[in-house]
Design a protein around this ligand. Structure first.
Ligand SMILES: Nc1ncnc2c1ncn2[C@@H]1O[C@H](COP(=O)(O)OP(=O)(O)O)[C@@H](O)[C@H]1O
Ligand SMILES: [Mg+2]
Length: 332
């Protein structure tokens, strides 16, 4: 299997700010790589260098065996990139936009129209096909943008946070579409803040922080690094957390993690449901402030937290923890 994307020792600084401090990664042809990292980690910088929009200071990068610095035009002819807002004309309709991009890619008139119709349908824009793009909502615009990047059926596709800002239904639609493309053999490099997205779509992941790779592997490999089960409590009042930790510490096989802001306690444990029963016994009626309790296996959010020391931007609230739980117990 050859690598569709090869990155070696990639470096980039903006003034005194080091965005990339030597990043190595490869993406085998036909696979999906999830590039994860907190805000400012350097994800977009990697994408911009690979798509020839930015020159690296050091290291090298190839797409389909072609050097991105030496032969940018050849690289551009093989790739698709989201965020090509220049390609979306505000005054043209959705259909006209896609038709135009098809013509720019030298598709025949009939092919360009067929492809435009197909992509509008796929991205749920058929109803808006004849409206000028300037009347589109943010989510519709993003879908049109991604549709445009797919017109020429690129071999390698770069998706920089493709579902950020989409509503949940559009996000699911986008995931299906990305999975279809991957199934059809397109190589994809995907950056995302949504770890569930990476879990579902990516064959392998590279986690970067402050311009360096801090972990890589499959989702299972990354989860295995974090370890076994955890017992999780969400409470309505953060003040009860220290007392809970004290009572539950004997069950912990590793340091409990308290997140005061999310009013959440996570305790690494070993064993199954009996641990949960034991925990409730140990709390001995002190459960008035418990809003949610559960035993769960680590997910990528745990991996991320363990690796970087903080959650992604989007994770608080995204997992069903309300920002302002309604107190159920009295104030004691
Ligand atoms: N054009 C630029 N000028 C100055 N600093 C930049 C520029 N682009 C990115 N940076 C900085 O480089 C670092 C990495 O940014 P970026 O690649 O956008 O991260 P991410 O996409 O992971 O959020 C950040 O510290 C960011 O502020
Ligand atoms: Mg970015």
């Amino acid at each position: 299997m050859t690598d569709a994307i090869l990155v070696e020792g990639l470096q980039k600084s903006f003034g005194s700010n080091t965005a990339l401090a030597g990043v190595d990664l490869t993406v085998p042809e036909g696979s999906v790589l999830g590039l994860l990292g907190p805000n400012g980690a350097g994800k977009t910088t990697v994408v911009r260098i690979l798509t020839t929009l930015l020159q690296p200071d050091g290291g090298r990068a190839e797409v389909a065996g072609i050097d991105v610095v030496n032969e940018p035009d050849r690289v551009r002819s093989l790739i698709g990139l989201t965020g090509q807002y220049a390609a979306v004309d505000e005054y043209l309709t959705g259909f006209e936009n896609l038709e135009m991009v098809g013509r720019l890619y030298r598709l025949g008139k009939r092919d360009a129209r067929t492809r435009a119709t197909e992509l509008l349908e796929r991205f749920d824009l058929t109803g808006a096909a004849d409206r000028p793009a300037k009347t589109y909502s943010g989510g519709m615009r993003r879908r049109l943008d991604i549709a445009a990047s797919l017109i020429a059926r690129p071999r390698v596709l770069f998706l920089d946070e493709p579902t950020t800002g989409l509503d949940p239904r559009s996000r699911l639609g986008m995931w299906e579409f990305i999975a279809d493309l991957a199934g059809g053999g397109t190589t994809i490099l995907l950056t995302t803040q949504y770890l569930e997205e990476a879990d579902r779509l990516a064959d392998r992941m590279v986690v970067i922080d402050r311009g360096r790779v801090i972990a890589r592997g499959t989702a299972d490999e990354l989860k295995a690094q974090v370890g076994g089960q955890r017992l999780e409590f969400t409470v309505t009042d953060a003040a009860v957390l220290p007392a809970m930790v004290a009572r539950l510490r004997p069950l912990a096989v590793d340091e409990p993690h308290v997140d005061e802001q999310a009013r959440r306690l996570s305790i690494p444990v070993s064993g199954g449901a009996e641990v949960l029963a034991d925990a409730l016994r140990r709390l001995d009626g002190q459960t008035a402030a418990v809003f949610d309790v559960g035993l769960r296996r680590p997910d990528l959010d745990d991996v991320f937290l363990a690796l970087t020391g903080h959650a992604t931007e989007e994770s608080p609230g995204a997992d069903g923890v309300p920002a302002e739980p309604v107190p159920t117990g009295g104030v004691r």
